[in-house]
Ligand binder design. Structure first.
Ligand code: ZN
Ligand code: ZN
Ligand code: ZN
Length: 354
């Protein structure tokens, strides 16, 4: 008899369902039926995520005891499989109807192979923020160059937003949501300076704000005063632990995501694609990620995403890219000029992150 057997059986799956009711949708959780109550329609989606996050926080388990729940069910959550691989993470999956949400311990490989699934970053669900006393002992990090930490944080937030936002959210709205999520304070308020919106070529555009408001992700802000003050409704983003300074740095990096730099006037769909690739690029010359993952983050079909990669090659941002249809892996190489930029930015120290 294996003693570890008892641990291997630990079930780490939580689901909630949003049920339509006369007084607005209500949240049904099999773990805590008593707390079911009607919700405001706009906030239903984020309430579901926040509820699941709460369970994951409460039922915390040491890392070495966590196992891939997908594998425990014969990998029935996804079509193809190359075997469990990578760390066990919390994966958030939305079903086809968009009403049932599942949060489960899943290995990185299974999470990547499952559709409508995002890895929920530790920075969103992790333990509560460290005490201020502990923070003051940390060395100041403002002199550190923007790089791997910011890239990871942006990748995590893009991954989260790919699931939290409706599937057909436009590239403009995705880029805007990313800035808001990374810049918001503990009350879920983000202030976007006029210069930032202008630099992103988003100033004066009302439609992407309306898109995010319709998705129940934020309250439609008054766009006349500057900076624009936005109130976010996504309870998961709102519950982010401290580290606002680090998030600001990530927001700053996302505006010029080295090594994939495009002219500011480049179309938004192309800029989002470059950002997604930059967030998945490392110090190596060749970079690879599943097409399914990249397409989901770009908010396009795999075919459209491939066309956008072609345009990055045409603008000399990428040297080449290829898609292995058997494994679904996309491999890309940066254009030589971009490789040079990468080594340059690694040496640079940033100005103040605004
Ligand atoms: Zn519950
Ligand atoms: Zn699996
Ligand atoms: Zn697995």
């Amino acid at each position: 008899m294996r003693l570890a057997g008892a641990h291997a059986a630990v079930r780490r799956i939580w689901t909630v369902e949003l049920r339509a009711r006369a007084g607005g949708p209500s949240l049904v959780c099999p773990h805590c039926v008593a707390r079911t109550r009607p919700l405001k329609a706009a906030s239903a989606r984020s309430a579901a995520l926040a509820h699941l996050a709460c369970h994951a926080r409460t039922d915390a388990l040491p890392g070495h005891l966590r196992t891939c729940q997908c594998r425990a069910r014969g990998c029935s959550w996804h079509p193809r499989h190359r075997g469990c691989d990578g760390p066990v993470l919390l994966a958030l999956t939305r079903d086809r109807t968009g009403r049932v949400w599942r949060l489960a311990d899943t290995c990185a490989a299974c999470a990547a192979a499952t559709s409508s699934t995002a890895v929920v970053p530790d920075t969103l669900l992790g333990p509560r923020p460290p005490r201020p006393a502990a923070r003051t002992t940390r060395p100041a990090c403002s002199a550190r160059p923007l790089g791997p930490a910011e890239r990871t944080r942006v990748r995590e937030m893009l991954t989260y937003l790919a699931t939290a936002l409706p599937r057909f959210t436009s590239p403009a709205a995705r880029l805007l949501a990313l800035q808001c999520a990374l810049r918001c304070d503990t009350h879920g308020q983000a202030r976007l300076p006029a210069g930032l919106l202008h630099g992103m070529r988003l100033r004066g555009h009302r439609e992407m704000w309306e898109e995010l408001a319709q998705a129940g992700w934020l309250v439609l802000p008054d766009l006349r005063p500057t900076p624009v003050t936005v109130q976010l409704l996504d309870a998961t983003v709102l519950g982010q632990p401290a580290g606002r300074r680090a998030r600001h740095r990530a927001a700053h990096w996302a505006l010029r995501p080295a090594p994939l730099l495009l002219p500011p006037a480049a179309p938004l769909a192309l800029r989002l694609t470059a950002l997604v690739l930059a967030a998945h690029s490392s110090a190596h010359t060749e970079h690879g990620t599943d097409m399914d993952v990249l397409a989901r983050l770009c908010g396009h079909s795999p075919q459209q995403t491939g066309e956008l990669f072609d345009r990055l090659v045409a603008t000399l941002t990428l040297k080449a890219w290829s898609h292995n249809r058997e494994t679904d892996e996309v491999v890309w190489q940066l254009a030589p000029a971009m490789e040079a930029t990468q080594s340059l930015t690694a040496l640079q120290t940033p100005g103040t992150a605004v």
